[in-house]
Ligand binder design. Structure first.
Ligand SMILES: Cc1ncc(COP(=O)(O)O)c(C=O)c1O
Length: 367
C-alpha cells in the first residue's frame, strides 16, 4: 500500500494560517480558568446566531447530540416515525432511534443525492411526527416542498446541517429554514474544531429553552433537575477556536466552491466520471466534492488513486437502511443503493492549491 500524500482533507494549512489568532484564543481560555460554558461559549453562540440570522444558537458537544436534543426538543419520542434519507452518515438515523422513534427511509433525488421530496407523501403514516432532511456534502436539500408537506401534515422539520455550515437555500442559511437545525463541528467539517462539537439553531423560544435544559442534565436551574437530559455542553476551548474560524468561514467556503468549480470544468472531458449536479436554488459549500463513477469501476478508480497517494473516500459505502442495525431489504431505496456503488469524494479544502488539484486530476486521467 502506498502512503497517502494528499488526504481527503488536511486541517493543517488552515491552522497554520490562523495560528496566532488560535493560540491567543486558547491562551485566553487557559488564563481565564473557566472551562465549562462561560463567556466564551456565550460569545460563540451569539456570533453564530448573528451569522445564521437566527434567534437561538445552543452549543452542544457533537452533531449527533444536536440531532438527539433537537428531536427531543421538537417533541419527537417513542412511537413516532421520522422521515429521513438513507444516504447519510449513520448518526442521522441513529439519533432518531436513540429518542425512541423509528426512521422511515425515503429515497434520494438522483441528481443531488438529497432526499427526494416527491417521494415523502407515500411514506407518511398516522405516526409520522417529523422530517429530517440532510444537506449532503454541503448542498441544500430542496426545502420548499419539504416545508409544504410539513405544513400540510403538521410535521416538525429538523435540518441535519452537519455538512453544510454557511450553505444557503434561496438566500436563507441552512439550518434556519425548518423548526431547528443541527450542526457538527467535527474537525473535518467546514467549520471544524479541535475535537467534537455541535450546535442547535432555532427561532423557536420553547425549543431553545428545552435544548438548553437537555444539555445540562434536564435542569434550567442548577440542582433543579426536571427531566432526564445529557451532559452535552460545547467545550469552552472548542468555542474559542471556533470563534476564530467563524470569522473566516465565508472565505473558506468560497475557496471550496472555486476549487469545486475547477474540478467540474476539468472533469467535463473525462468519460465515466460525472460530477454531482449543483442545484441552482442554493449555495453549495462543498464539504465534499463528489463524483459518480459508473459501470462498477468506482472501487478500481479509488484503489488507483490510493496507489498514487491520493486519499479519495466513499461517502457512503452502505445506505443506512442496509446497515446491520436496520437491515431493511434492498430495494426500498434503489437510487440510494445505486449511489453507494458509484460515489467517490475527492480531496477538497480551503487551502488545497491548484497544483495539488492538477495532480489529483492527472491521477484520475491515468486510471
Ligand atoms: C450528515 C451528518 N449527520 C450527523 C453527523 C454527526 O456529527 P458528529 O460527528 O459531530 O456527532 C455527521 C458527521 O459526523 C454527519 O455528516
Amino acid at each position: 500500500m502506498s502512503k497517502i500524500e494528499i488526504p481527503i482533507y488536511d486541517p493543517r494549512p488552515e491552522i497554520a494560517a490562523l495560528r496566532s489568532e488560535i493560540d491567543a484564543a486558547i491562551r485566553r481560555v487557559v488564563d481565564s480558568g473557566r472551562f465549562i460554558l462561560g463567556p466564551e461559549v456565550e460569545a460563540f453562540e451569539r456570533e453564530v446566531a448573528e451569522y445564521l440570522g437566527v434567534r437561538h444558537a445552543i452549543g452542544l458537544n457533537s452533531g449527533t447530540d444536536a440531532l438527539v436534543i433537537g428531536l427531543r426538543a421538537l417533541g419527537v419520542g417513542p412511537g413516532d416515525e421520522v422521515i429521513t434519507t438513507p444516504f447519510t452518515f449513520f448518526a442521522t438515523a441513529e439519533a432518531i432511534s436513540l429518542v425512541g422513534a423509528k426512521p422511515v427511509f425515503v429515497d434520494v433525488d438522483p441528481r443531488t443525492f438529497n432526499i427526494d421530496p416527491a417521494l415523502i407523501p407515500a411514506a407518511l403514516t398516522e405516526r409520522t411526527k417529523a422530517i429530517v432532511p440532510v444537506h449532503l456534502y454541503g448542498q441544500a436539500a430542496d426545502m420548499d416542498p419539504i416545508l409544504e408537506i410539513a405544513r400540510q401534515y403538521g410535521l416538525k422539520v429538523l435540518e441535519d446541517t452537519a455538512q453544510a455550515f454557511g450553505g444557503e437555500y434561496k438566500g436563507k442559511k441552512l439550518g434556519t429554514i425548518g423548526d431547528a437545525g443541527a450542526f457538527s463541528f467535527f474537525p473535518t467539517k467546514n467549520l471544524g474544531g479541535f475535537g467534537d462539537g455541535g450546535l442547535l439553531a432555532t427561532n423557536d423560544d420553547g425549543v431553545a429553552e428545552m435544548a438548553r435544559m437537555l444539555r445540562t442534565h434536564g435542569a434550567k436551574k442548577k440542582y433543579r433537575n426536571e427531566i432526564l437530559g445529557y451532559n452535552s455542553r460545547l467545550d469552552t476551548l472548542q468555542a474559542a477556536v471556533l470563534r476564530v474560524k467563524l470569522r473566516h468561514i465565508d472565505a473558506f467556503n468560497e475557496a471550496r466552491r472555486a476549487l469545486a468549480h475547477a474540478y467540474t470544468a476539468q472533469l467535463a472531458e473525462l468519460e465515466g466520471v460525472t460530477p454531482l449536479y449543483e442545484a441552482p436554488y442554493g449555495t453549495h459549500v462543498y464539504h465534499q466534492y463528489t463524483v459518480r463513477i459508473a459501470d462498477g469501476r468506482r472501487d478500481e478508480v479509488a484503489a488507483g488513486l490510493a496507489e498514487r497517494g491520493i486519499g479519495a473516500m466513499i461517502y457512503y459505502p452502505t445506505p443506512v437502511h442496509r446497515l446491520p442495525i436496520y437491515n431493511e431489504p434492498a430495494g426500498c431505496c434503489p437510487l440510494a443503493e445505486a449511489a453507494a456503488e458509484e460515489v467517490l469524494s475527492l480531496p477538497i479544502g480551503p487551502f488545497l492549491d491548484l497544483s495539488t488539484q492538477a495532480r489529483i486530476l492527472k491521477a484520475l486521467l491515468q486510471r
